[in-house]
Design a binder for this molecule. Structure first.
Ligand code: NAP
Length: 400
């Protein structure tokens, strides 16, 4: 990696949001890099069967869908690299990602870092992770063939994975802290119909015990206060997720739970930085919504990059005058006519009605507007200026 290379777009995270953004961006000919921390696919890669992604009536395995998305992104020219993000600095138009592998630079950034599973935070959990405690049924389920295991949680993940784990385990306890499940009805029906599953209601895990490997969980009944040990060889934890946004805290605006806030165009609080997928504050977290958000983010990132390039190429050197007009007004049409008659090469006329991002970037509040730049630095600004006044201004300043 060259330190000085500036990508058009870097996408942080290679899950469905990141890969979909990569497909859209590279197909739009942006020089695109996907930076992934561990493995491409995110949580989707660890999902046995995805039943609600359109176009796959018999379901599709998460890893299969990942491979197809990855292949599609690379086919259009996206690069995929591996690095752990340690920080983000924004210096004007260029975004600098500090990573375990050095600095990466880009004009636009899409953050699609997803979520990671919440920990129980009980004694024995960290100690036995990888030795009986797991957060991935697809990865580790087969190790528990013929054994008794516990799944903790009451949401879609816990219920779906408890059912999946009965393919291997002889018995699965589902331990849930309330007396009803949060999971959707269809999943609940499958759970209750499965004879290998026993739900332990109103209970929490207080400790995970064992010697070298997990041997039991201590469970406290929240109604009676009774604590008992249940012998299990494995504990699968599915108690919700936390957004992978820590590294952006203090730079980007987050909501109270740490999800990144965006508008409908997936723009974050910083110009040129977008967010998509599970890490974004949103109402539905599914593969399909992640993919859709990635597509939206890439589309608006492309607009942003094109505009940046345009500004860099046209405004960064010498003295340049930008006249922003609205093509749907008579005055706007008069400006177009007048500017073409003037034939001044250092005057750029922009239709602010069609290019609302540029108007916003220039802080235009009323058309027509004029901005004068000296080597990229704004030295004059006037909004709601008439055609007559614009011509006088250009004459006074010796521009025409
Ligand atoms: P979730 O929906 O937030 O459910 C978390 C579950 O863990 C809840 O039942 C919660 O209990 C319980 N819990 C939370 N903290 C706990 C603690 N400290 N101790 C014990 N239990 C605790 O999370 P999820 O199931 O991981 O799903 C995450 C997102 O992915 C959701 O939006 C979900 O819909 C989506 N998802 C969708 C599918 C699908 O569509 N097939 C599959 C998987 C995931 P309470 O109910 O009492 O709050």
């Amino acid at each position: 990696m060259s330190e000085e290379k500036v990508y058009d777009l870097i996408i942080v995270g290679g899950g469905p949001a990141g890969l979909s953004a990569a497909i859209y961006a590279s197909r739009a000919k942006l020089d695109t890099l996907v930076l992934e921390k561990n493995f491409v696919g995110g949580q989707m890669a660890n999902t046995d069967i995805i039943e609600n992604y359109p176009g796959f009536p018999d379901g599709v395995s998460g890893s299969d869908l990942v491979s197809r998305m990855e292949e599609q992104a690379e086919k259009f020219g996206a690069e995929i690299d591996f690095a752990d993000i340690e920080g983000l600095e924004v210096d004007g138009g260029v975004k600098r990602l500090k990573t375990s592998e050095g600095d990466y630079l880009s004009r636009a950034l899409i953050i699609a870092t997803g979520t990671e599973q919440r920990k129980l935070g009980v004694k024995g959990e960290a100690e036995f992770t990888g030795r009986g405690v797991s957060y991935c049924a697809v990865c580790d389920g087969a190790f528990y063939t013929g054994k008794i295991i516990a799944v903790v949680g009451g949401g879609n993940s816990a219920v779906e994975e408890a059912v999946y784990l009965t393919n291997f385990a002889s018995k699965v306890y589902l331990i849930h802290r309330r007396d009803s499940l949060r999971a959707e009805r269809l999943l609940q029906e499958r759970l209750f119909a499965n004879e290998k599953i026993e739900v332990i209601w109103n209970s929490i895990v207080t400790e995970i015990k064992g010697d070298k490997f997990v041997e039991a969980v201590s469970i406290k009944n929240l109604l009676t206060g009774e604590v008992k040990d249940v012998a299990v060889s494995g504990v699968f934890v599915y108690v919700g997720v936390v957004p992978n946004s820590q590294v952006f805290k203090g730079v980007l605006e987050l909501d109270e739970w740490g999800y990144i806030k965006t508008n409908e165009e997936m723009e974050t609080s910083i110009d040129g930085i977008f967010a998509a997928g599970d890490v974004r504050a949103s109402v539905l977290k599914q593969v399909i919504t992640a993919a859709a958000e990635g597509a939206i983010a890439a589309t608006f990132a492309e607009k942003y990059v094109r505009e940046q390039v345009y500004f860099d190429q046209n405004i960064s050197s010498g003295r340049k005058v930008v006249v922003v007009y609205s093509s749907i007004t008579d005055e706007g049409r008069e400006i177009v006519k007048c500017m073409s008659e003037l034939e001044a090469s250092n005057v750029i006329a922009i239709d602010g009605y069609k290019n609302s991002r540029i108007s916003r970037k220039l802080g235009v509040e009323k058309f027509p507007a004029v901005r004068i730049f000296d080597n990229g630095k704004e030295v004059y600004s006037n909004d709601g200026i008439s055609v007559h006044e614009i011509v006088n201004l250009l004459k006074e300043r010796g521009i025409i």
